[in-house]
Design a protein around this ligand. Structure first.
Ligand SMILES: [Ca+2]
Ligand SMILES: [Ca+2]
Length: 154
């Protein structure tokens, strides 16, 4: 059942989504050789948004301090409390995310307001997917701003 609190707050930004896709395609084309020789998951927790990551921002509109987590089934953080801060800040990711995006292709997740996958859940689709009520990216979390505390991939 759709969470009515998101109906009026969620705003898809297809223009940004297209730009991101183009940027990734261009980077892959220009730096394909270098990328191919890099470790597969070297990019997590480096503050750069990359495919294969679940990304949290302190502020809405994908702005402010960022934390890029390893994504996919069986990986990534389940509980945010005690598991670090936004990159180069002293702000815990726990209860501070205002925008989120899943850059993992083929796998969605649920993010929860409580630790250990409790409380109210936000459904986050696999990278690039969105429909009327859910998306792979949320420009803000409405009533759930600054509340997320855990997540798990489907
Ligand atoms: Ca990264
Ligand atoms: Ca915040």
């Amino acid at each position: 059942m759709a969470n009515p609190s998101f109906e009026h707050h969620r705003k898809l930004e297809p223009e940004m989504i297209r730009k991101t896709s183009v940027a990734l395609a261009v980077a892959a084309g220009l730096f394909g050789v270098a990328a191919a020789s890099a470790p597969a998951f070297a990019g997590a927790n480096d503050g750069k948004v990359e495919l294969g990551e679940f990304v949290l921002w302190d502020n809405s509109s994908y702005s402010g301090p960022i934390r890029d987590l390893a994504g996919g089934q069986g990986t990534g953080l389940d509980n945010y409390a005690g598991n670090g801060n936004f990159i180069n800040t002293s702000t815990s990711i726990d209860d501070h995310a205002n925008s989120i995006a899943n850059y993992v292709q083929g796998y969605g997740l649920k993010a929860y307001t409580g630790s250990n996958l409790t409380g109210t859940a936000v459904t986050v689709l696999a990278f690039g997917l969105y429909n009327t009520n859910t998306s792979y990216a949320y420009v803000d979390l409405g009533a759930l701003d600054n509340t997320l505390s855990s997540h798990k991939y489907d």
